[in-house]
Ligand binder design. Sequence first.
Ligand code: MTE
Ligand code: HPA
Ligand code: MOS
Length: 756
Amino acid sequence: MDKKFSLAALKGEPLYVVDFPLPEGTLFGAVLPPPVPCGELLSIDPSAALALEGVKAVFTAKDIPGENQVNDLAPDEPFLAERRILHPGHPLALVVAESEEIARRALPLIVVEALGERPVFDPREAALKGRLHAPPEVLSWGEPDKAWEDSFWKIQGRADSGDQEHLYMETQSALALPLPYGGVKVFSSTQSPGGTQKTVARILGLPMHLVTVEAFRLGGGFGGKETNANSWAALAALGARLLNRPLRLSLNRREDMAFTGKRHPYSTDYSLGLDREGRILSYRVLFHQDGGAAMDLSLSILSRTLLHATGAYRVPNGRATGLSCRTDHVPRTAFRGFGAPQAFFAIESALFQAAETMKVPLEELKERNLLREGDTLPYGKTLGKETLPASWKKAKALFRWEETEARIEEYNRSASWSRKGAALMPIHFGIAFTYTPLNQASALVNVYTDGSVSVSTGAVEMGQGVSVKISRAVAETLGIPPSRIRMESTDTSRIANSSPTAASTGADLNGEAARRAALLLKERLLAVAAELLGASPEELLFRRGLLERGGKKTTWSWERVVKEAYQKRVHLSALVHYATPAIWFDGKRERGEPFSYYVSGTALVEVTLDTLRGTFRTDRFQVVHDVGSTPAPEVDRGQIEGAFLQGLGWLTLEESRVTPQGKMITDTLTTYKVPDFSSCPGVVDVRFLEEEEGGVRGLLGSKATGEPPFLYGIAGYQALWKAINAWGRPQPFQGIAPLTNERLLNLLVQREEGKP
Ligand code: MTE
Ligand code: HPA
Ligand code: MOS
């Protein structure tokens, strides 16, 4: 995507936090996890660790100069454990030493006394005990109970989806430098430099203007560094301030996998009522969200679940209830999709079960209920122009759905030790932070006197290509080649109060702010040029770095105009703020217009299941996806393909296991399975929907692509179920995920033996 940087990565050149050249005298940190999953902390004795040569200090909660609190919204997550050990990843102490190796060697020398308790790891058990992060959230519309009574088909069931490890390439890392005036600068692998700055300031007891956080490129975030980067940055800053030395803290892979938050598992009950023809009348759903031991972003994530409860379908009556259950797991956090995948998984499971019960093809049922223009969503939003039906129609035709079905049926009749399945999956995902105030951004564009341009925004580049999109938007606006533009790091002293780069809004928010800043600069420069040429600014424009007048090239280059502008004392920097217009949400009534637009599309996934081994291969991933008029098609293609595979991994491969004592036993890639080369579909075919939609969109008429295509993974899941169902004697559908190798084998054996 960005050739220079991927090449740098291949050559092992500095890229991520641990690649930065270290200042002289840098110390290193390591984090002490608790000896029990949760319970009372009685004492910490670091004396043996301190006696180890090279160990400089051991810091615990009592060394914190500010507030011992990670959470910004409610004080439910002490940063270092004080009296209560909240969860198996709760840090107890920071060891600082001359090397990382010494710091880690010192950890087991620290003597901890603690009273362990039996952890609650099941969200339903937590709910029964009344352990909720907040009162239940309820979104209801129409007359769900009456519509249920009136339904011809009544489907009741349960859907369970699991957690997911982010597995970004770069583990959580921070390098903190003490500053002479009592402040601190932190280089952090964070998706939210603003949030990290706030947390560091709170914990160190400093005003925010004494804390600077800077993020270069992250080796991936996927939501796992939206809030979860804060603690590690704060630990590094704490040690650096207290010892007045630079300090680097970087989790190793096992620590990262064990100590940091993952995707929320959900256990969901649904009842779906349909009329005789298969039109949905009522959908009632109860989500048990496993929030972990502290709320973190769980309540925002639950909101997005409720807002997406009906998936890509028209549901006239319904009630969605969300319980954020306080289990004793490491607090769950943001992960691509932010609660929407779990919602889609539930309604898609309900439809799958309905199709089985009604003995109609799943896709027929989906098509009958597909959202279209004029439909009203549960929260009262009436849909305008809608590209979903067009994507469905196109996908069906382009990818020859009917022929596919017939071919698979034929295959399954004659195959011996394998079965095939395919599914079509529509998606519909709202773009904007569900918490309205976060939908703002600023950008600072500097034009230097040599004509080179630097762009700073609140957006963090983490591989999703936001910097490519923003730099193209600025280049297009200014009329200069992208090579003249440098995308700067994300720094809280250049861009204040930035929202996290999340909710797929990175380019829409920050790119629009940058585009508007570029527009201001262009106007200033064209005014200067107009004066010089005795022309009106309307006749002038820059194209590829040259000034044109009335469509004809002049002898004036961009650089020359910039120099003249400086001589005339024209301001060559612009700082612009942008807030998404026309969105609002009334959380009490659960009504409003929370999103600026919707992303939709339809995927076809075909799989072949090896019925002897319980393994499968993805034969095809084909999709018609709405990207609007994208400034970076190659980036979007990558996002769609990557997100699909990540979604498929969530539902078919990835499974964390924690012992009853709270030890994460899937903390390496030998025990935690993620998609790899062998998971890549045989055929990958990504088409962009060309349809003119006319409605609201994001940057330059494009649509966000970061998260929505994650949902296509569900097509793979359904395709796999169809393949399973083509084997042996029929058994009822169970909405369980992930369908790991082990589960698949069990399901196949059950069908072979014809017993549950
Ligand atoms: N793609 C890559 N390569 N790496 C990432 O960390 N994060 C995803 C998505 N795509 C991610 C990614 C998530 S969770 C989000 S919200 C968006 O990118 C954030 O970036 P954007 O808003 O610029 O799309
Ligand atoms: N998406 C992602 N991250 C967020 C959101 C959201 O809607 N709200 C707060 N953080
Ligand atoms: Mo993405 S989960 O909104 O960082």
